[in-house]
Design a protein around this ligand. Sequence first.
Ligand SMILES: NC(=O)c1ccc[n+]([C@@H]2O[C@H](COP(=O)([O-])OP(=O)(O)OC[C@H]3O[C@@H](n4cnc5c(N)ncnc54)[C@H](O)[C@@H]3O)[C@@H](O)[C@H]2O)c1
Length: 331
Amino acid sequence: MLRVGVIGMGPIGNLHASIYQEAAQAELAGVCDINTERAEAAGRRFGVPWFPDAPTMLERVRPDICSITTGGYEYSSDHYEPAIQALEAGAHILCEKPICNDIAKAEEMVRVAKERERSFGLDFNHRFTPAAYTAKKWLDEGRLGTILFVNMALWIGKPQDPESPYFHIKALNPHSIDIIRHFCGDITSVHCLAMKAPGRSIWSTASFNFRLASGAVGHLTSSYDIGRGHPMERCEVAGVDGRFVIEDMWRQATLYPASDLVKQVYTNPVFGGYRGFDDTFRARILKFVDQVAAGTAPGEIDGSGADGLAAQKVLAAAIESIETGLPVEVG
Ligand SMILES: NC(=O)c1ccc[n+]([C@@H]2O[C@H](COP(=O)([O-])OP(=O)(O)OC[C@H]3O[C@@H](n4cnc5c(N)ncnc54)[C@H](O)[C@@H]3O)[C@@H](O)[C@H]2O)c1
C-alpha cells in the first residue's frame, strides 16, 4: 500500500485527499498546511494525522507519494518549496498545475525529480477522460493521417481580477497547451494577441497561433470573460485522413473520417459516465497511483512534470509575444 501525504489543504488539496481515500493501492497517511486551521480541519475530516508544515509531515509520515496542492501568486508560486522538500525526502510527487510561475524554479523541480529518480506527475486532469482516451486511440491508429491543424478553445467565467496581469494566461492555459501537446506534439513558436475586457485590469481574453514541431499549425482562443454554464473546452484536431472534435473534456468525442460521410461518436454514458469535473481529478490521480504502484519509469509518467515545464515555456513565449506584438520562438 502506498502511503500518501497531501501538502496544501485548500479546496483542491481536500479533493485530492478524498480521492486518495478511494484508491485501492494507496492510503492517505497525513495532510499539512501552513494554515493550521485548514490542516486541522482536513485532518479531522479525513481521520488522519495533520501537520503545520511539509518538513514535519515528511519526517513523521514518510509518504511514498505527495500531492502538492499549494497555490500562491499566479496560483503556483508556492509549489516549488514543498515539491523539492518532498522529492528530497524520497517521495514521488503529483503537483497541481501550473508547475510553477517561475520557469527557472520549474526547471529545477524537473531536474531534482530526475536526479532522485522519482516520478513527477502534473495534474493535467483534462487529458484523463474516456473521450480524450478515445481520441488518442484514433490518433495512434492513424485514423487522422498526417496532422494539419489543431483548434483549441478554453473559457471559464472568472470575473474577479487576480493580482497578476498574466494570471489567465499562466494559470488557466497550462491545460489547453497540454492538450495541444498531448495530441499534436511540441509547439515551437507562438504569436499571441490579447485584450483586457471592459472594466478589467488583466489580459482576460487571448488568441494564440502556434507552429508545431511536426510542421502542423494550431490555434487557441481562451477567455475569463464568458460565464460559467457555457461549454468550457473544445479541441479539434484535423489530419489529411480525418478530424476529431472533443467537447467539454468528457462529454463527447466525434471522429469525422475524410473518406466517409458516416461519423463515429463517443458520448459520456448516463450510467457509469463522468458526473462532473471532479471525475477528471479522480481519473488523473488514480492513474498516477497506478503508474507508481506498477513501477512505471519516471520518464513514462502520463502528464509529467516535464510536460508541465514545456507548457509553461509556451506560455512564457506567449506573454513575450503579447508584449512585443511579434511571434516568439519557444525557449
Ligand atoms: N487541475 C485543475 O483543474 C485545477 C483547478 C483548480 C485549481 N487548481 C490548482 O490547485 C492548486 C490549489 O488550489 P486551491 O484553490 O485549493 O488553493 P488555495 O490557495 O485555496 O489553497 C492552497 C493551500 O496551500 C497552503 N500552502 C501554501 N504553501 C504551503 C506550504 N509550503 N506547505 C503547506 N501548505 C502550504 C496554503 O496555506 C493554502 O491553504 C493551485 O495551484 C491551482 O492552480 C487546479
